[in-house]
Design a protein around this ligand. Structure first.
Ligand code: FRU
Length: 549
């Protein structure tokens, strides 16, 4: 773990070594941003799930800290009856929790799954003023039995089931370490999961509901979101369920969040329900969607019946998942996601680390003719990484019919930079495609293209020609109307590309591993157009410093 490895991102967070996935418990506390995350302290694959921890004073330079919540070493005997959706009658969950299939393994542990952190300013929970309180999902497996036997007489083994429960832990040392509350008994036990889906009940994201002076905790259970509320932070009452009303296959919902946001330019608050869906996102596999409505203290009320039927998507690339926002950043909604996709995460072979975070993004809720939507931009703090603007030497591209014209940029190349490019064209001369080629090889044969196709009105990111061993599809997003110009802000790092289209109206995030035989030969930048004429009204490159120092 030197932060210098060939595909190590230089201005996106990753753990020095080992596996990470979802960001958890993002919060600003005492001038410091805390990022916890799903982490395997022991290996470079998913497992031993714990909360890793990093801190930053500027959202950009992160320093890795010790593991904040290790997988649980507690190994209490569980003993409860539950009828899940698969059972005809209640079954007896009896035995030691374990996270591997050897149920009687005395070293069985409970995994610390995703969740959130809040700041208890007023000592509502009684652990002291300004205590950080974490809510997470405790996950374990346990044998289920057919009868009420004692510990010594175990009855007939019916099988092994996964259990997910919502637990609480608190930190009185500013997030370094957490104590598990109530001998790690859950604050919401699995026996209270409204859907009876014991193995899919997770990812509590607690938020304060100012209007009703209470805390709200959305938790997913399979294909619905259950809302719980509390006034003392310890006792949680089920209030309502939000059902899925659109078809994205059978993927479960994960990492729900209810985000109160001011509509830009007004004083009005709306509630945004954001969700990660494991399957069925626009680019295939995992992705993030959102719905806009109101919250009445008990129920999320979507703006219309159509709202839940037509999800809006936060990102159209393959790699923006499990994003959640920071707490305690008044007036700013800052979201960070895991830059991957459960569909092909196993094919990403970086070592000795696995998994990177996106740039933190500031979200704004805007209203226009077509209704409410979120706009996104990297937080302004990212600008400090810029080493200055270089004007790129490209003004017009005239490409003959059926041919592509490429203009190589001579005075700018690299693997960690931002490129801003505004293109415009006349309707009757519109090219078939136009855009930029990033991470191009010297001979121009390998590259990642980010471009626009005026006939289909799609912005696309083409990762199929960069020589990767994992061949991925094109990802794309359709723009509204019939534009004759487009603005791209593209953040390129050693193994990722984030594209913000038209000031963050649409975003595409993609990990890339160009040219594995010769990664150093993938630094070129070029502009291109095919069959038509385009004017480049602005073209600026900015090299970015490494955050690893
Ligand atoms: C989302 C997720 C969560 C879960 C965590 C486990 O990526 O599957 O639902 O809590 O990862 O690591």
């Amino acid at each position: 773990g030197s932060y210098q490895e060939p595909y190590r991102n230089q201005y996106h967070y990753s753990a020095k070594q080992n596996w990470l996935n979802d960001p958890n418990g993002l919060i600003k506390y005492d001038g410091v941003y805390h990022m916890f995350y799903q982490y395997n302290p022991q290996g470079n694959e998913w497992g031993n799930m714990s909360w890793g921890h990093a801190t930053s004073t500027d959202l950009v330079h992160w320093k890795e800290q010790d593991v904040a919540i290790p997988e649980s070493d507690e190994n209490a005997w569980v003993d409860f009856w539950m009828k899940t959706k698969d059972d005809a009658k209640p079954v007896h969950y009896l035995g030691r929790p374990t996270t591997n299939w050897d149920v009687w393994n005395p070293n069985g542990k409970r995994y610390i799954f995703s969740g959130s952190v809040i700041l208890d300013k007023d000592n509502v929970a009684g652990f002291g003023k300004n205590t950080l309180i974490a809510y997470y999902t405790s996950t374990y497996q346990v044998a289920v039995r057919d009868d009420d036997y004692s510990k010594d007489q175990l009855g007939n083994l019916l099988g092994i089931r996964e259990v997910q429960e919502q637990n609480m832990a608190y930190s009185t040392d500013g997030g370094k370490t957490f104590k598990k509350y109530n001998n790690q008994n859950p604050v919401i036990p699995v026996t209270q999961v409204p859907t009876s889906d014991a193995g899919n009940f997770r990812d509590p994201k607690v938020v304060y509901d100012e209007a009703n002076k209470q805390w709200v905790m959305p938790v997913v259970s399979g294909q619905e979101v259950d809302l719980f509320t509390s006034t003392n932070l310890k006792d949680w009452t089920f209030q309502s369920a939000i059902k899925r009303a659109h078809d994205v296959g059978n993927g479960v919902w994960e990492c729900p969040e209810l985000i109160p946001m001011k509509v830009k330019g007004t004083n009005k608050t709306k509630w945004v329900l954001s969700l990660s869906v494991q399957q069925g996102a626009p680019a295939g596999g995992s992705g993030m969607q959102y719905f806009i409505g109101n919250f009445d203290g008990k129920k999320f009320i979507p703006d219309s019946d159509e709202t839940m039927k037509n999800p809006q998507w936060l990102d159209f690339g393959e790699d923006f998942y499990a994003g959640v926002t920071f707490g305690e950043t008044p007036g700013r909604t800052i979201m960070l996601g895991w830059m991957s996709n459960w569909n092909y995460v196993g094919e990403q072979k970086t070592t000795p680390w696995h998994g990177e975070m996106t740039l933190p993004r500031e979200l704004t809720l805007v209203r226009d003719n077509s209704g409410y939507s979120l706009k996104q931009a990297p937080v302004k703090e990212v600008n400090q990484l810029s080493q200055g603007e270089t004007a790129l030497d490209v003004r017009k591209i005239h490409a003959r019919a059926q041919s592509e014209k490429t203009i190589d940029i001579k005075n700018f190349s690299g693997t960690q930079y931002k490129v801003s490019a505004d293109f415009s064209w006349k309707k009757n001369q519109a090219p078939n495609r136009l855009g930029v080629k990033l991470r191009a090889s010297e001979d121009g044969s390998k590259y990642v293209a980010v471009g626009y196709d005026p006939s289909s009105k799609q912005v696309y990111l083409d990762r199929t020609k960069d020589g990767e061993s994992i061949t991925r599809q094109n990802t794309k997003v359709k723009l509204d109307g019939n534009p004759t110009n487009i603005k791209l802000a593209v953040y390129v790092d050693t193994s990722s590309i984030e594209v913000f289209v038209n000031n963050g109206e649409k975003v595409l995030t993609q990990v890339v591993y160009p040219n594995p035989e010769q990664p150093s030969d993938s630094k070129g930048l070029a502009f291109f157009a095919e069959s038509g004429k385009v004017t480049i009204t602005r073209a600026v490159g900015e090299h970015f410093e490494s955050i690893w120092g």
